[in-house]
Design a protein around this ligand. Sequence first.
Ligand SMILES: CC(C)(COP(=O)(O)OP(=O)(O)OC[C@H]1O[C@@H](n2cnc3c(N)ncnc32)[C@H](O)[C@@H]1OP(=O)(O)O)[C@@H](O)C(=O)NCCC(=O)NCCS
Length: 391
Amino acid sequence: MRIRQVGASERADVVFPLTAYAFEPTREFGELREKYRRRMRYFEHVTTLVGEEEGVGARACVAAFPMRENVRGRVVDMAGVASVASHPESRRRGYVRELLWRLLEQMRDQGAVVSTLYPFRPSFYARFGFVGMPRRRRVGFAPEGLPRVELPGTVELRTNAEGFADYLTVLERVCERTHGFALFDELRTAEFGEAEVWLAVARGDDGEVLGALPYEITNFGDELDGRHLLATGPLGRALLLQFLARHVDQVRRCSVWVGPDAVPELWGTDLEVTLEGLVDFPTHGGPMARVLDMRGLDGMGAGDGDVTVEVVDDPFVAGVHRLVGEGGRLSVTTGGAPRARLSVAGLSALVYGVLDPVEVMTRGLGQIEYTAVDALRALFPRELPYLFADF
Ligand SMILES: CC(C)(COP(=O)(O)OP(=O)(O)OC[C@H]1O[C@@H](n2cnc3c(N)ncnc32)[C@H](O)[C@@H]1OP(=O)(O)O)[C@@H](O)C(=O)NCCC(=O)NCCS
């Protein structure tokens, strides 16, 4: 297999046949290719690698979006891995393994500190050092149960095209404040401006944008089908919920996506609500993440503590690292006497706040000296990441 990097203009001819075979219904193949070709102007910054065989061409592909992600308060460069597929005649030959390692290395060299993806099967990506993160939840409720209180702010109804600049402002502000929240670059994000959806934009009395909700109405008397309910804080969320309450005679039910730590049963007093989190494979995997560059973690949020860990079996972050948390910030240096031996998945689970040090051990992701368990827990307190971006 020969590895070659291809640009966006080649993707419709080289990558599409592999990914469409893997992910799309057979009967839509023809019409999807033309749609795909038109979309490729938004993919100019994507790094795409293909593995080619002599005589038959591309047999496997992988790609990474250049993204940014908030990791414990610091927004760092992230590689969002997607378009992973191989031709069925060429599967189980290690092509994707070779491509994925190469892609991660290239993205690390270009500055990516972490990488995330949505797995078809987590055990496949666990081999590459990724660890599971929580999946977004779907909240459903009838609009009549929502509270009616006079709030200092307003909600404007816009088309997506009209309100897209405000939506981008909300995305940026939520990303600055939300651990795990990830955004595509400007070029790829622009594609979402084409979606034919309504946009509710919440503003404080001072005009500041506090939240946004893109949504569709499926039919009169039916459902208000929301995307992510995005708010910079509780006021933005309350304003958006009040706006939904005004649809009481129009729709039977509202539903929105929320992050993993949302508690919608506390949004109102008599609010009947469903909170669903579905994880199954291959279509609804919870996201996964891994650290690609230890130095890039310097300066992210951390509790107080001083622990040296050894990361083993990884081409990017293996080695002995001293992790010191002081004044709310982490500093990373090399060397020292390790008190924990971690796989990169174990380290990533601590950094992302998804596993307790004891769970790192019970999941087989590392061994930690008894005295270092509390220290690591203090350094990396549990904090549920909300990835948001879907790719
Ligand atoms: C998933 C897929 C990309 C794997 O491609 P492949 O070319 O067969 O993968 P490789 O041969 O490089 O396998 C890499 C490693 O993963 C293992 N592996 C392969 N399929 C696996 C699976 N379903 N579950 C767990 N491990 C798996 C291989 O045994 C190999 O292990 P090794 O490194 O110890 O030798 C391919 O089957 C495919 O295109 N599937 C349909 C599309 C899809 O699901 N893509 C992923 C979207 S997230």
